[in-house]
Design a protein around this ligand. Structure first.
Ligand SMILES: [Zn+2]
Length: 371
């Protein structure tokens, strides 16, 4: 099943943000799958939009993701700023967005930010972000709901904000959709154990921080239910160098915060070592399973970034250059691994930049009838 919401496809340039994020990525995946005929022929492939998903799940209209869901994961003062109820009022949200998208440089000048070209207010990005959190949550619910001989599978063409931290946004990620969805599902007793498997080129530093803090009573975020946090296990396979593991970013971050904090299973891929990627990922999955004491999770969330692809256009993902075949092999390995163990999975699109960012995700989805 694919979850695709055309209403959420927006150009960042509309907000004056000059990033190579193509609004065509998700529509091109749908076009490609339609042209190749697989959308019509395979039971995995019905495409739902968010309103359709809500109807299928029996949800009534109204916001599915509320402030309490954010506060289960993020600092209350940060959440208040996003809802424009902090001491700075509406400026609190604008400041959070400027920081998240790195729109002001160290000299206080606009950086890849041209507010004069904006046709929408920057603050509107918060509502778009909340809608994507809802999409991620719906994808998890859809994966859990499916019954049949094979485990549930839902691919959401959105979301993936894995750099968002406890008390601020970072790396184009304002709040952490997967953790918000995971903790909400736990609170609703829909799941107990969850794996988050992160295949994006950049380390899932926000995920590692949020999981780490929430496991320690009394630490930042330690007001959470630590026992439930223990049941979220993480794997991240990413570039060994480059943002957020470059020297400048590491030195600017206090010790004990992201990106210093390690996830449960971390695999650093050195530049030029692309041929080790798939074997290392295989070993990482086995380690994740072992660390979970062979207790099977109720759900896996896969952060399926396409920015490890050799044709990605973001300079900060250039240290990992997987071929298209390798990207497909990567995804099929994770898909088969989960399927053989009967683990339902929600796949989230995550990072991918430039006009060819749709290719790894699109070609993987095309392979599914043969999986
Ligand atoms: Zn990335």
């Amino acid at each position: 099943m694919i979850l695709y919401d055309p209403d959420l496809i927006q150009a960042y340039t509309d907000y004056g943000i000059m990033l190579p994020i193509s609004p065509a990525r998700a529509p091109r995946i749908i076009d490609f799958l339609t042209q190749t005929g697989v959308l019509d022929t395979h039971p995995l492939k019905p495409v739902l939009d968010c309103p359709g998903a809500r109807r299928l799940l029996g949800e009534s209209p109204g916001p599915l993701i509320n402030r309490a869901d954010l506060e289960r994961v993020h600092q209350k003062e940060f959440v208040a700023a996003l809802y424009q109820e902090g001491p700075e009022g509406s400026q609190g949200l604008v400041k959070a967005l400027l920081k998240t998208y790195e729109l002001i440089d160290s000299q206080g000048r606009p950086h890849r930010y041209e507010p004069d070209r904006a046709v929408k207010p920057l603050a509107a990005l918060f509502h778009l972000t909340l809608a994507q959190v809802e999409g991620t949550y719906l994808a998890c619910r859809l994966a859990l709901k499916q019954e049949g001989p094979t485990p549930g599978f839902c691919y959401y063409l959105g979301g993936g904000m894995h750099h968002a931290r406890y008390d601020h946004g970072a790396g184009f990620c304002l709040i952490h959709d997967m953790m918000i969805a995971a903790r909400k599902l736990q609170a609703e007793n829909q799941v107990q154990r969850i794996w988050i498997i992160d295949l994006d080129a950049h380390k899932g530093c926000g995920t590692a921080e949020l999981v780490h803090f929430s496991r320690i009573p009394g630490a930042l975020g330690g007001n959470q239910d630590a026992a439930k946090a223990l049941e979220i296990s993480t794997l991240s396979i990413h570039m060994a160098q480059g943002w957020p593991l470059d020297e400048e970013t590491l030195h600017a971050a206090p010790l004990g915060r992201a990106p210093w904090i390690k996830g449960d299973v971390e695999i650093d891929i050195e530049a030029g070592a692309e041929d080790t990627y798939v074997p290392e990922l295989q070993k990482g999955l086995e380690l994740l399973e072992k660390r979970s004491q062979n207790l099977q999770p109720d759900l896996a969330i896969v952060v399926d970034g396409s920015d490890p692809y050799e044709h990605d256009e973001l300079p900060s993902s250039s240290l990992l250059r997987l071929s298209l075949d390798c990207c497909i092999e990567r995804d099929r390995l994770v898909y088969q691994y989960l399927r053989e163990r009967g683990i339902p999975s929600a796949w989230i699109m995550a990072g991918g930049y430039g006009e060819r960012a749709w290719e790894p995700n699109g070609y993987f989805l095309r392979t599914l009838p043969d999986a």
